[in-house]
Design a protein around this ligand. Sequence first.
Ligand code: MN
Length: 243
Amino acid sequence: MKNQRRDFIKTAAIISAGGMLAAKGASGTMKELVALFPANSAFELPLLGYSFDALEPFIDAQTMQIHHDKHHLAYITKLNEAVVKEVSLQNQSLEQLVKNISKHPESIKTAIRNHGGGHWNHSFFWTLLKPNTKPSEKMEKVITDNFGSMEQFKTNFEKAAMSVFGSGWAWVIKDGDKLAITTSANQDNPLMDISAKQGTPVMGLDVWEHAYYLKYQNKRADYLQAFWNVLNWNKVEELYTTK
Ligand code: MN
């Protein structure tokens, strides 16, 4: 993704600097740019790294396919459409874009918040899903130290995830050495400088209905129970250790 994004930025910069499109007005140039560089030539859909049915029966293959190939891709397409309009944002990584929401130009702030957030959140989420892992002794101790027990942690996390009204996410964030559970609406996340509770995510769960409705319909609680079977504890530990 990085190389292609750099190429995209370089080429877009050359063209927006003048040259072949200089004779057109600013809005004409923008239309040309969008046409010449379709959105997916910038940020790209990451591979899942496993098959759509790898998480069956807990998360079904059809949900995974639609979630990844349609929902996630749509966030990326719309993010690219926003970024291409603002040269000052074209050298920023996804993480920078997401962290600095409050600093973006008003005209595209909401688009970056929703679609940049959507791209970051889903890219993160896919890495947190894997069947048949379990917490190491180290992570058991970290969880117990922070929440009292593994059972208490799960209860607290499920309660937080159930409390999200409408669409959003439940998170475990690292704030200093401590872990905390938090939630966000829509595609916000705790990295964003506009978040009420900020920190580095080590775990996140999509509780939008599109994440579970085909299999669980309105029963979000059942989806939460199923999630523990496919949570990638190895990834949680890696994030906890390195972030
Ligand atoms: Mn989603």
